[in-house]
Design a protein. Structure first.
Length: 457
């Protein structure tokens, strides 16, 4: 480790709050540059990044076209209070809305903020305003952020434990996690048992959510990730969300989809909900909409929920919402996706990657399950029985990858991974859309070197 890196780590220990970062690696890893699918440390060692800033940099580090757009906007209109209009904001909203209206015939509007959790907070206000309800359904394994309202509908208690309840806690429902079915069922014979169990909540008022005389649910919306992100890239059965939305519509409960991690083609579609035959009432976006540059976030909602009479000016506010730099880059991102049909490219690379993962599973007893959709892929690390979660192995693989001492063809590499899942044993893979087959092969070779180093079978 070079002296400059040592100095940064020492100063971090003295002056920086650990509360706003995740110090999982010991010592913390310091990077100095990036390009394409790689991060570089102070020694210039390349680290192949297979998680791309939690799926925020879908189009690769230092994407020249997007960087140039940011530079152009800096020299044109870099700052503007959000009480005024600028072209980039309006055209970005138009592009998102017209795409949905053209494909699905549904009119809506877009509302901007900065961070993903802030957009979740705005959506909670929108739902409360439209329904008059302050209680929400959410999924076990779901992650919607760590602001106060978002923490209340994120299932992990550890995000709330220190602070108590500032908002009404969500009613958490089991996600259709077929590899680890919470009901002990098998997908080929369960007849979507998890959905039947959710529907049972409405059979009688004594289940605590439904007034059969008034025909009214106590809950205003169901917050979902169509593909769970931090929960471990869990993919539901194909027709699950169609059944769920039908149930919700019959009870006048809104469906809100969190697209912050899976949006902007991560799943092979512009929005992940497009894979499942639904159009939500509201969806939330962020992260990759700017490729991680000068972030913005936002919500799209159906016209009847968000028109100016229903949701008037000042219903929410953030100083930097719809900022010119972020909206300019986001507009360029979406224009780029319209100029090139990203879906077949992402599907092809995802299929290649998934096939390689299946081969990996066949070689290693500790790989319990692999699956994926588009370039959102997952590897469950287990004990040698192929099912019992092994957080210890996942942690070891993660930390060893950050040492940057893996040798391939006489060259040193590191491997950047992200660990998620209900038991923190899942490697979630979100590579750059521009990753090559050679880089996919390299990544899997590096992963196998790590499994060998960690004594896996």
């Amino acid at each position: 480790m070079d002296t400059k890196t040592i100095s940064i780590i020492e100063k971090d220990a003295l002056y920086c709050s650990y509360g706003d970062t995740v110090h999982y690696a010991d010592p913390p890893k310091v990077f100095e540059s990036c390009e394409g699918s790689y991060l570089y440390d102070g020694d210039g060692t390349p680290y192949l990044d297979l998680q791309m800033w939690y799926s925020a940099v879908n189009f690769g580090y230092k994407n020249q076209r997007l960087n140039n757009e940011l530079k152009r906007q800096i020299d044109t209109l870099p700052q503007l209070a959000c009480q005024y209009l600028h072209r980039e904001k309006v055209e970005l909203a138009e592009l998102i809305c017209t795409d949905i209206e053209k494909k699905y015939g549904v009119k809506g509007r877009v509302h901007f903020n900065v961070g993903g959790a802030q957009a979740v907070e705005d959506s909670l206000k929108l739902v409360r305003n439209a329904t008059g309800k302050n209680l929400m359904f959410a999924f076990m394994g779901g992650y919607h952020g760590r602001t106060l309202g978002a923490s209340a509908i994120t299932s992990s208690y550890r995000y709330r434990r220190r602070y108590g309840h500032f908002s009404d806690r969500g009613h958490f429902v089991p996600f259709p996690y077929c590899f680890r079915c919470p009901y002990g069922m098998k997908p080929d014979s369960c007849d979507m048992y998890c959905h039947h169990e959710f529907e049972r909540l409405f059979e009688t008022e004594y289940n605590g959510v439904w007034d059969d005389k008034a025909k009214e649910c106590e809950y205003g919306a169901f917050y979902v990730e169509a593909i769970q992100g931090t929960g471990g890239y869990v993919i539901p059965p194909q027709d699950y969300f169609q059944k769920l939305q039908k149930t919700l519509k019959e009870r006048k409960v809104l469906l809100v989809v969190d697209e912050i991690q899976m949006g902007v083609y991560r799943s092979g579609k512009l929005w992940s909900w497009e894979n499942f035959g639904i159009v939500p009432d509201v969806f939330i976006f962020g992260k990759a909409i700017t490729n991680g540059l000068n972030p913005i976030s936002g919500i799209w909602a159906r016209e009847e929920l968000i028109n100016p009479e229903m949701f008037p000016p000042g219903s929410t506010h953030s100083t930097f919402s719809s900022n010119p730099l972020g909206t300019a880059v986001a507009l360029e991102v979406l224009r780029m996706t319209q100029e090139q049909d990203f879906e077949p490219m992402i599907r092809a690379k995802g299929a290649y990657f998934l096939d390689k993962l299946q081969q990996l599973k066949n070689r290693w007893k500790v790989v319990g399950d692999v699956s994926g959709i588009g370039l959102a892929l997952r590897i469950e690390l287990c004990t040698t029985d192929g099912f019992t979660p092994s957080k210890a192995l996942a942690d070891q693989v993660f930390n060893e990858g950050l040492k940057g001492d893996l040798e391939v063809d006489g060259k040193r590499y590191g491997l950047v991974l992200d660990i998620g899942g209900y038991y923190k044993n899942v490697i979630t893979l979100a590579p750059s859309f521009h990753i090559t087959e050679q880089e996919i092969d390299l990544g899997l070779h590096l992963l196998e070197l790590l499994l060998k180093r960690c004594g896996a079978e």
